[in-house]
Design a protein around this ligand. Structure first.
Ligand code: NI
Length: 254
């Protein structure tokens, strides 16, 4: 059994064949797919997928850092006053993204901080999106760690040392298709941290693992990530599936 802890199967890339995509996932043993949110509009799309596939999907709610702009307070208000946080397994995805644009760095930090507070209030984990922003993320997150906030660094963006820092803060390391790419430093990261701190993810439709690289990603391809982790750590495929599944069940209270 596998859990894909990060999948955007509510996006338009899946409009024509989501049934097939869900079947493919079930066939390879995917038991749960967690859908992280992007902005106000995507919540409606996620909820439609949850209605159609209630047993295999779980939803997170949040404002993605690339959707943070001058109006971010209004966006946060629309999201968190428009929906019942108690119906979601996590706050996400939230964080800081300085890859495309640094214009709203202060707004991104403030939105991230606010959403960490909400996670604490509702006692649910956070799904962190970090891109070119690892130190900024740690700066915002660190003051909250002693109050018990937990979660995952999705599509983990760092090195082994940073992975250890994340683990010491009580967070999980999200590993996806990048692990299978040539010149990726993720194999070294995976070698250096215990499997007990790893969550599997696809980030579908993006970042498809080898041998599907370049194609649309989908939850079934999480098996390629598990296979690669098994190879790197000289662990059985079954153990990788079981341990990472237990990790996901624990952090998201599934
Ligand atoms: Ni994502």
């Amino acid at each position: 059994m596998l859990i894909d802890t990060h999948s955007h199967i509510y996006l338009e890339q899946f409009d024509n064949d989501l049934d097939r995509v869900i079947k493919n996932a079930v066939e390879v043993g995917v038991e749960k797919i967690i859908l992280p949110n992007i902005n106000f509009d995507s919540i409606i799309k996620m909820q439609a997928v949850k209605l159609a596939y209630p047993l295999i999907t779980e939803l997170a709610i949040g404002l993605h850092p690339t959707s943070v702009n001058y109006n971010y307070k209004k966006s946060l208000n629309l999201i968190y006053n428009g929906f019942d946080i108690a119906e979601y397994v996590a706050i996400g995805e939230v964080g800081i993204d300085l890859y495309w644009d640094k214009t709203f760095i202060e707004q991104q930090k403030d939105a991230f901080d606010y959403q960490i507070e909400l996670a604490k209030l509702y006692n649910i984990p956070i799904i962190i999106h970090s891109r070119n922003s690892f130190d900024d993320i740690i700066d915002v997150l660190k003051p909250h760690v002693s109050s018990g906030v937990k979660g995952v660094f999705h599509c983990f963006p760092g090195n082994s040392k940073q992975a250890k820092l994340v683990i010491d803060m009580g967070f999980y390391v999200g590993i996806g298709g990048i692990l299978t790419y040539k010149n990726s430093n993720m194999p070294e990261v995976v070698e250096n941290i215990p499997l007990e701190y790893i969550l599997l993810e696809t980030d579908a439709p993006y970042l498809s693992p080898v041998p599907k690289r370049g194609q649309r990603n989908e939850p079934a391809y999480v098996k390629y990530v598990a296979e690669m982790i098994a190879r790197i750590t000289a662990t059985s495929y079954e153990s990788v599936c079981k341990i990472t599944r237990d990790n996901a069940k624990q952090v998201f209270a599934l």
